[in-house]
Ligand binder design. Structure first.
Ligand SMILES: Nc1ncnc2c1ncn2[C@@H]1O[C@H](COP(=O)(O)OP(=O)(O)O)[C@@H](O)[C@H]1O
Ligand SMILES: Cc1ncc(COP(=O)(O)OP(=O)(O)O)c(N)n1
Length: 273
């Protein structure tokens, strides 16, 4: 069985963070593992407080996984502080796993910061260069590339600027744009578009976590990058289509193995190998 590690924060309400990652891994039939970097007291409406985990405990969690288990892909989510970023980057350089997918989480949907804004330089210098794929949403891509994104051409320019910072591939996600849900992948040479009809729903808590974890799962399953993103885009679209009206705010995406299998068959004619 393929094994995928999530290094991320804990969302006690189950819609985002480690919890969304592990649900996504299970739906993909891979074995999920977790290194928790922050415990976030949050729900579908708000972030109440958070407690970051000490960097040495983060390092020891990573050691505990890698000294014992072969890891086929790593998904990284929330990294709240520079010290946490440095600890994670150093350990991943040491263990050099394949398929590092990084979702540079900065804010929760309600606008609460999950990354110290002063950590942006460390993110750029230390974290971005270790990514096989970086998956910023539009506000994150704007912040990292120091440019405004108003249209698809700007998404491409931003992706190129971020690629220059040392990650192998960049996927700028269009969830925050108007129009269809169009994401742009840049591999250093070509651009690839992944488009889906925008679903009218407020229940989009955890979409970015779900998407990056689905991509990491597909890479672990040995799909090439474009195919891994294409299948993950279908997964996240179906997970949003079937999202749940749980809580008073933005409800979570829905992860359900059978739904995925049937949804894929019904909606795309594709079955997973
Ligand atoms: N309302 C929606 N309908 C369809 N797809 C969406 C919708 N909102 C987001 N997506 C898709 O979900 C994925 C996650 O993107 P996004 O929501 O931008 O990430 P994040 O959660 O990091 O802000 C992307 O593929 C995006 O295009
Ligand atoms: C613990 C934790 N990690 C990440 C997020 C952000 O999740 P994301 O999928 O990027 O988007 P929203 O859930 O904020 O819409 C989070 N909220 N909590």
């Amino acid at each position: 069985m393929k094994k995928v590690l999530s290094i991320a924060g804990s969302d006690c309400s189950g819609g985002a963070g480690i919890q969304a990652d592990l649900k996504t891994f299970s739906a993909h039939g891979v074995f999920g593992m977790s290194v928790i970097v922050s415990v976030v007291a949050e729900n579908t409406s708000r972030v109440i407080d958070l407690q970051d985990i000490r960097p040495d405990i983060i390092e020891k969690q990573i050691d505990a996984v890698f000294e014992d288990i072969e890891v086929d892909a790593v998904k990284i989510g929330m990294l709240p502080q520079p010290e946490c970023m440095e600890a994670v980057a150093e350990k991943l350089k040491q263990y050099a796993p394949a398929n590092i997918v990084i979702d540079p989480v900065m804010y929760a949907k309600n606008g609460c910061p999950l990354m110290n804004p002063d950590a942006i330089d460390t993110l750029i210098k230390t974290v971005i260069p270790i990514a096989d794929l970086l998956t910023p949403n539009i506000p994150e891509a704007e912040k990292i590339s120091s440019m405004e994104i108003r249209n698809v051409e700007d998404m491409k320019k931003s992706a190129m600027a971020i690629h220059e910072m040392g990650c192998k591939n960049v996927l700028v996600k269009g969830g925050h744009a108007a129009g269809s849900a169009l994401d742009i992948l840049f591999d250093g040479n070509e651009f690839y578009a992944f488009d889906a009809q925008r679903i009218e729903t407020k229940n989009t808590h955890g979409t970015g976590c779900t998407y990056s974890s689905a991509i990491a799962s597909n890479l672990a399953l040995e799909f090439g990058l474009q195919e891994a993103v294409r299948q993950a885009k279908e997964y996240v679209t179906i997970a949003i289509q079937h999202s749940l009206s749980i809580g008073k705010g933005h409800g979570p995406t829905h992860h359900f193995y059978e739904l995925y299998q049937n949804g894929l068959k019904k909606e795309t004619g594709i079955t997973r190998q």
